[in-house]
Design a protein around this ligand. Structure first.
Ligand code: MTE
Ligand code: MO
Length: 609
């Protein structure tokens, strides 16, 4: 293992300065008998059962972002310009295509490649019932997936290719540049969306959006797997998998015919034209799997576990590609729907609803019924989420909790990052400590600070910083994954949790460990806390850090002590730790959801993804 990449036991001299290992035995400062309840437990608050905008996310005012912009060199291009430019290109394209079609060689080409390969004649297989229902479920799930996905994007409305998420290096944003004259937290960077677009629209509602996103992702994935299986166990696959190179000239011919507004024959009942074939193939076999992979690669547990893949598909590249796939899907939806409407409306609707090759009105009626369901759920999703967020949280936990539980067992092995991977800027996040107690500790360089470790342990202790610095030192360079979407690499130095476990001796009943902060989580004054499984505490990378990037941890990043658990997203890594309590269950803490964000912002307590 290289000197800088994994956990090490040597302490650098810088960290020993000012550290005077306590002369008294630790037991002398121990805090009473085992099983004591930590006093900070009484300072937790329950959170509301519905969303109160005055208190939400620390009372952030509900402001929106800017128009979406893309960076071209040093210049930011407003994407709204694409609307007039698109119209002009379309008009120019139509004129150009109509001009081309007056040329004889072009008409010869179209005669030779009419668009749909009908020779040999494909089997007349129509649209079986499973395909029609799967198409409906797909569009229903996609509506919710896309909207909750855009909400997730709005929680950190910038996209980067580098894993550092350094301000001013993004290639896309719908937010102002990061202010340089003040601390700007990631939470402040989140923007509001209209409720018809995002789910649920309001700022920093990523906890709720993620339940929708992951729950419907899972259903969409099951639907997709069933689709793949049925597609290939019937001749239906021939509709969307090209079997000859003729698909290319046929696609070019179709494009030209559509563009000239003189449409090719619609053979959709039997076979798709070259352009459809390529578009469907790309969507089903490239875009969809890419969405899945780039979604999963944004997870700290998965990205840290599959390190070599994570080198290439770093969290920000994965996030960027994930949203580029969304752009493709949106383009696909617009063109696909337009074509359904203008190339034989009643006929096309019958194909995909009633499964008949006819122009009967029944197809339109069934389509209208399906769309009524989609629109009703569309309209209800945001208001219902704001009214019953706890229901969304519970339902989401039932649907995706077990999967997240499995991912928590992934082993984020050390050793990937070196000094040169350290990010120039690590976004700060969270609500800073504002108590007089903390200010007094800080004023005295934390000499009076005591870390309490109590609860279900054999030997409760109170440790000064000097006591902690007297213990074995471990350093690790790891990547931080904030739930909001940004990431960054830093070097952390401090005491491994496993050593503290040896010191206090957890009782067999201890299943979880609560970390209580010296700061509040929101304007209600409730203490910030989070709960971790005891299993995670044994991991070699679970660390109580008091150094960052070779220096003493700053107040901004959690002084005097913060947690690192490399399998989880950032909010679980409590900063400004005041006490650690070993517990059997977290039912009785706060609202019983497993942490401040879980209680107040409806996050999941397991968040390795
Ligand atoms: N006490 C406390 N710890 C906290 C938070 C907080 O609000 N209060 N925010 C969390 C979140 S959401 C993240 S992403 C990380 C950010 O750590 P950093 O500011 O060092 O980047 O701290 C976590 N720890
Ligand atoms: Mo975060």
């Amino acid at each position: 293992m290289s000197a800088s990449s994994g956990p090490q036991s040597e302490r650098p001299t810088s960290a020993s300065e000012g550290a005077s290992p306590s002369a008294e035995p630790l037991a002398a400062t121990s805090a009473g008998a085992s099983g004591t309840v930590d006093p900070l437990r009484a300072t937790l608050t329950k959170g509301e059962e519905n969303v109160d905008l005055a208190e939400w996310a620390g009372g952030l005012p509900q402001v929106g972002g800017t128009a979406p912009h893309v960076r071209v060199g040093h210049h930011w291009f407003n994407l709204l310009w694409l609307l007039p430019i698109g119209v002009l290109l379309l008009l120019g394209g139509i004129a150009g295509a109509q001009g081309l079609r007056t040329l004889e060689p072009v008409e010869d080409f179209i005669a030779r490649w009419p668009g749909t390969a009908m020779d040999p004649t494909p089997p007349d297989q129509g649209f079986p019932w499973w395909l029609r229902w799967q198409h409906f479920f797909n569009l229903f799930f996609m509506m919710l997936i896309i909207r909750s996905g855009v909400q997730v994007l709005a929680d950190h409305p910038r996209l980067y290719w580098n894993r550092h998420s350094t301000p001013d290096t993004e290639w896309f944003r719908f937010q102002k540049p990061v202010p340089k004259d003040r601390v700007w937290t990631a939470k402040e960077d989140s923007v509001r969306l209209p409720g018809w677009l995002g789910i649920p629209g309001i700022r920093h509602s990523i906890g709720l959006a993620r339940w929708w996103h992951f729950a419907f992702d899972s259903l969409w994935l099951v639907n997709g797997i069933v689709f793949y299986i049925l597609l290939f166990s019937t001749p239906q696959w021939q509709r969307i998998v090209p079997t000859s190179w003729g698909v290319i000239p046929n696609a070019a011919s179709t494009a030209l015919q559509y563009m000239s507004l003189d449409f090719p024959a619609n053979e959709g009942w039997i076979a798709y034209n070259g352009l459809q074939l390529l578009a469907y193939f790309f969507t089903v076999f490239i875009a969809a799997p890419l969405a899945l992979v780039t979604g999963l690669m944004q997870s700290p547990a998965i990205n840290n576990r599959f390190r070599s893949a994570g080198r290439v598909l770093n969290r920000q590249a994965a996030r960027s590609i994930h949203y580029l796939v969304l752009v493709w899907i949106l383009i696909f939806i617009v063109i696909h729907t337009t074509m359904v409407y203008i190339t034989g409306f009643l006929e096309n609707l019958n194909h995909i609803t009633t499964g008949q090759d006819s122009t009967a009105w029944s197809g339109l009626i069934l389509y209208a019924a399906w769309m009524a369901i989609v629109i009703a759920v569309w309209l209800a999703a945001s208001p219902a989420t704001l009214k019953y967020p706890r229901v969304v949280q519970r339902a989401g936990r039932v649907m995706v909790g077990p999967l997240k539980g499995v991912l928590e067992h992934l082993d984020p092995r050390p050793g990937e990052y070196t000094e040169k991977d350290i990010s120039p800027h690590l976004w700060p996040n969270g609500r800073m400590p504002d108590s007089a107690e903390y200010a007094a500790l800080e004023a005295n360089d934390f000499r009076d600070y005591r870390l309490r470790i109590d609860g279900l342990v054999t030997r409760p202790v109170e440790l000064s910083l000097a006591d902690l610095k007297g213990m074995a030192y471990q350093e690790q360079i790891t990547q931080h994954f904030c739930i909001q979407g940004w990431s960054g690499v830093a070097k952390w130095g401090g005491v491994p949790m496993r050593d503290l476990m040896d010191l206090v001796g957890p009782l067999p009943e201890a299943q979880y460990v609560a970390f209580y902060a010296l700061s509040s989580g929101g304007p209600d004054g409730g203490t910030y806390y989070d709960v971790h499984s005891i299993e995670a505490m044994h991991h070699e990378l679970t660390l109580l850090a008091y150094d960052m990037n070779g220096e003493t941890l700053s107040v901004l990043h959690g002084a005097p002590l913060r947690l690192r658990n490399e399998v989880e997203v950032g909010f679980k890594m409590v900063k400004w730790i005041g006490a650690i309590e070993f517990i059997a269950d977290f039912d009785e803490l706060g609202n019983g959801q497993g942490g401040y964000n879980e209680d107040h912002e409806f996050f999941g307590y397991r968040d390795p993804i």
